[in-house]
Design a protein around this ligand. Sequence first.
Ligand code: SF4
Length: 369
Amino acid sequence: MQASELAANQLIVTDLLSELQCHGVRWHDDTGLSRQGGAGPSDHKALTVGEHTAMIPILNRASLSSPYLARPSANGNATEILRDGQIVGQVSLPGVPNFYALTTADGTPYWKIATLHSKDVLATTILQHCVRMNDTSNACQFCAIDQSLKNGKTIARKRPAQLAEVARAAVELDGVKHMVMTTGTPQTADRGAAILCDSAAAVTAAVDLPIQAQCEPPDDDHWFQRLRDSGVVSLGMHLEAVTDEVRARIMPGKAEVPLARYFSAFEAAVKVFGRGQVSTYILAGLGDSEDAIAEASERLASMGVYPFVVPFVPIDGTPLANHPKPNNDMMQRLYPRIGTSLRRHKLHSDDINAGCAKCGACSALKRHE
Ligand code: SF4
């Protein structure tokens, strides 16, 4: 293929994945392998086009109104994506990971302890409960952390030894490259940092696997060094929304931790983990303006914090299930602005040791760096 053809093809691929990420896809036949609910990309399926793998919403009700339909190709070897009856692309699905077939000595399937995200990331939610989830006046309205537990697709608490066992198998059998450890926020002032330390230490002792921990800013910055000493090599503290108005409306409990605390925690964490090893998830489409997201991203990038901006996906069973899906035109305007900030401050996802921004599958930002 000529270089010009290749470039054109890449553009189409990335445009298609970005479109699918915002609209979702109507799926001809769910295989039952995707996980519904939980933290992270719920109701999604990993789809690969060429070299690119992206997490695409397919199981939520919002995807039923998508103009895109997936169906098996005539020869059954691929999955075609159609719009208005025209084939606009072909995708493939990563196979079922080998480690999903294993169970622990106490009979817990490995896939209830950690799951494969995208094509090479092992992800777990250590505590499947959050201090705010049962109080509708405080809970984050986009969050579905309790759903996978209710559906019997996970266990309430993953013990360090279980995580170590699964991580070793996922590396040996499936070649996973890095691990994301997130957690529901417990009642304690460390906001989950202590259990992240215990879990990371156990995994690190068992297998060579870079770990990103994700938590709210803990009460005391000394937790950052403890996390680092436990084997965590990258840290995510997720803003989700960047303005006080949207934070108060969408995530009233979490908004009680002020933005100023997030920024002081980012500053302290960058000193421990290094520039570019601290990141934050920002959900575009919840109400923050493009300018607000771009300005926050510039401020974060200047501090050495990678602003991982992703399109918001409405998840069934949450108060935002019927919230409008983000507009891909908006995302296509936002991504280059954030990409400019990333380049200005010399941040690149390939340089991140582990975690969501390194994976990049929930966003098209990687392709604008
Ligand atoms: S970006 Fe994060 S949440 Fe999304 S698939 Fe990758 S590891 Fe999972």
